[in-house]
Design a protein around this ligand. Structure first.
Ligand code: GDP
Length: 444
């Protein structure tokens, strides 16, 4: 998977990174090639379009960091957009619920659903030490039920005994009851597949879902079917509400379009990928690793990352010098705000701390802070260069103009000015050292 796309992309960027200065025309030519390569890889048109638009917007606004070429910078931007298109972070299967936790496996016949069910069961048993019960709900194909029983034995987990004549919902209820009585942690329900999507199938799975309240609804899709896999996922999601996707046959020589479009089109994370027929051929989906593999330019990406860190360090030094001289003006404040934004604002900072992702409320509150950052920047942007350098000239009429220009109120402008004054004072005091650095600044 991805080989031919990877080859094409690295060809395009090789020519870019060899050049010195980069013109907009160079970027346009490269992006046209990127667009073609993605379309050839069977990535959905709408996804390709938004991808190249975003790369272009980011490339135009980017400050090229000292010590890397503009071409290398473009590679980094493409890489970052690729990571975003793939979903940014790996999303594991969640078992965060009262046991027995139900996992509903859905998908078309032949997608690899039954095999994947067994693969996941084995992983949950081996790695997470969970007690897992498997149940096949494929009432129309006794062979499918047998297949799951055989696989269960192979991976060493229990399968619900087969009782002839029961409906899918009856089997699902029986599985949940057996799991409760037997002290199982997880029940995996392997629903019936069809060759194509039909309403009878959807209705049946919807009933099972209502009866079992699954914590995960995993759609299994064959990556070799390209855009069909994406459309299948969309159809299942709109009818059943899918929580994650497992893409199978990633070991095949598909063009990669399904993996690349899936997240952007469905909004649902690819949680796992199947990479072979063997029972242990199941891997987590790591957007960053996949992007690195596709671009094959991990070296350049880390070079630019390092160089950006150096840039920040240079800026910090300059800032320290300003502090020393007591000349921290509103331009500097704006830089500081941008830096906050770049690391993702308050939400980004919080999001980096382990365990915080669950504290949804707090993150939503932090979101407010990000809006504050934007507003503060807008206020500074509405000032003249002279006002930014010497905020003392700001009297009532100028403040009114600035408030109007930034879509804020005069109180907001005042609040920003007060914050700047306080920061400048603290910095001046710290810069002077004298009375013991920070202690001095705090007036002790
Ligand atoms: P189901 O009808 O959706 O339950 O599909 P099955 O689980 O029976 O799988 C159909 C075929 O695909 C089997 O021969 C599996 O061994 C094979 N298969 C499943 N997942 C993968 C995978 O990730 N890679 C490869 N190469 N084959 C797979």
């Amino acid at each position: 998977m991805f080989e031919s796309l990877s080859e094409k992309l690295s060809g395009i960027f090789d020519t870019l990174t060899r050049r010195g200065a980069l013109t907009e025309a160079d970027v346009n030519v490269a992006l046209r090639e990127v667009r073609r390569a993605l379309l050839e890889a069977d990535v959905a048109l709408e996804v390709v379009r938004s991808f190249t638009d975003k790369v272009k917007a980011a490339a135009v606004g980017a400050n090229v960091v000292k010590s890397v070429t503009p071409g290398q910078m473009v590679v980094k931007i493409v890489h970052d957009q690729l990571v975003e298109m793939l979903g940014t972070e790996a999303v594991p299967i969640s078992l965060d619920s009262l046991p027995p936790v139900a996992i509903l496996m859905v998908g078309l016949q032949g997608s690899g659903k039954t095999t994947t069910t067994a693969k996941i069961a084995r992983r949950l048993t081996d790695k997470e030490k969970r007690k897992v019960l498997l149940a096949s709900l494929d009432t129309r194909r006794p062979a499918a039920m047998e297949q799951l029983a055989v696989l269960a034995k192979q991976v060493g987990v229990d399968a619900l005994p087969i009782v002839a004549g029961q409906s899918a919902v009856q089997i699902a209820r029986r599985a949940m009851e057996a799991a409760r009585l037997g002290g199982y942690d997880v029940v995996m329900l392997d629903t019936a597949g069809r060759v194509t999507i039909d309403e009878a199938l959807m209705a049946e799975v919807a009933q099972v879902k209502a009866a079992t309240d699954p914590h995960e609804v995993l759609l299994v899709a064959d990556s070799l079917t390209g855009q069909d896999a994406v459309n299948t996922a969309r159809a299942f999601d709109s009818r059943l509400g899918v929580t994650g996707i497992v893409l199978t046959r990633m070991d095949g020589d598909g063009r990669g379009g399904a993996a690349l479009s899936m997240r952007a089109v469905t909004g649902k994370p690819i949680k796992l990928v199947g990479t072979g027929e063997k029972i242990d051929a199941l891997e987590d989906f790591h957007p960053r690793r996949v992007a690195n593999r596709i671009l094959g330019m991990g070296d350049i990406v880390s070079l630019v990352e390092k160089a950006s860190e150096t840039l920040d360090a240079e800026k910090a030094l300059r800032m320290a010098e300003k502090m020393r001289k007591g000349s921290f003006d509103l331009n500097d404040l704006r830089d500081q705000i941008s830096q906050m934004e770049r690391i993702g604002g308050m939400k980004g900072v919080l999001g980096m701390m382990p365990g915080v992702a669950k504290m949804k409320n707090q993150l939503d509150n932090a979101n407010l802070d990000d809006r504050v950052l934007k507003r503060q920047k807008a206020i500074i942007d509405s000032m003249t260069p002279q006002e930014r350098r010497a905020p003392d000239v700001l009297k009532a009429s100028r403040k009114k103009r600035i408030a109007a220009g930034s879509g804020t109120r005069v109180e907001d402008v005042n609040r920003l000015l007060k914050m700047h004054r306080q920061m400048a004072d603290v910095m001046k005091a710290m810069g002077k050292g004298g009375r013991g650095g920070i202690a001095g600044a705090l007036g002790n």
